[in-house]
Design a protein around this ligand. Structure first.
Ligand code: BEZ
Length: 211
């Protein structure tokens, strides 16, 4: 299959997970999604990542985002490892972990990079919007734990674009000024942003972040 690119439809699949069988698109329903792979169960970096993700549930829920993890280990392995994650990371894993033993989902999402490791998945992340379109793809090496605050930050930015016609500038954080999309005219900007905006250049317009 062709390489996935931003804007492509997220491939659908049916898979067994630690929360039962899911049809991915039906499970996402009309919300946003994060699908992320990790190299293997019972590994140190992954243990910290899954624990942190579980502790961030409220932040994902507040943004209407469902999270699913994946590795090519089996269901019983996942279930045993969850007990360790809960114990060592002081949380309860509260999202499904896909058991992709036949590597079906990993192949659909190109999560195995043979020159890094020809059996295990790398650390891929996909953010998927309510139209099932892929909005972000990132790939980390196995030895580097991801920054899930950055994933939340990108979701905030994507939602500002989707719902408010705003982009976010370099190193933007929650509460900081946003950039008005170039496709928005000044006339429309006055209607959309009653708080006003600062036109530094015709192509560079800032406004405060709406609620
Ligand atoms: C891990 O914890 O997943 C891991 C750590 C170092 C190298 C590869 C994987």
């Amino acid at each position: 299959m062709a390489t996935l690119r931003l804007g492509d439809e997220a491939p659908n699949f049916t898979a067994m997970t630690t929360e039962g069988e899911i049809n991915f698109h039906e499970w996402l329903a009309d919300g946003w999604g994060v699908l992320f792979s990790h190299p293997a169960d019972y590994t140190p970096v992954c243990t910290t990542e899954l624990g942190a993700t579980a502790r961030m549930k409220e932040q994902f829920d507040g943004r209407n985002v469902k999270v699913a993890a994946l590795s090519v280990d089996g269901l019983e392995s996942h279930k045993g490892w969850i007990r360790d994650i809960n114990e060592t990371q002081h949380t309860e894993v509260n999202f499904p972990i896909i058991a992709d033993e036949d590597r079906k989902v990993a192949a659909l999402y190109d999560m195995i990079h043979p020159n890094a490791d020809n059996k295990m998945t790398v650390r891929s992340v996909f953010i998927i919007d309510p139209d099932k379109k892929i909005k972000l793809m990132i790939t980390y090496p196995a030895s580097t734990g991801r920054n899930f605050n950055e994933i939340l930050r990108v979701i905030d930015s994507l939602q500002l674009t989707a719902y408010k016609k705003l982009a976010t500038p370099v190193n933007w954080k929650q509460g900081e000024d946003c950039v008005i999309l170039p496709s928005v005219s000044n006339e429309e900007a006055h209607e959309l942003f009653p708080q006003g905006f600062n036109e530094v250049k015709p192509y560079l317009r800032f406004t405060s972040q709406p609620n």
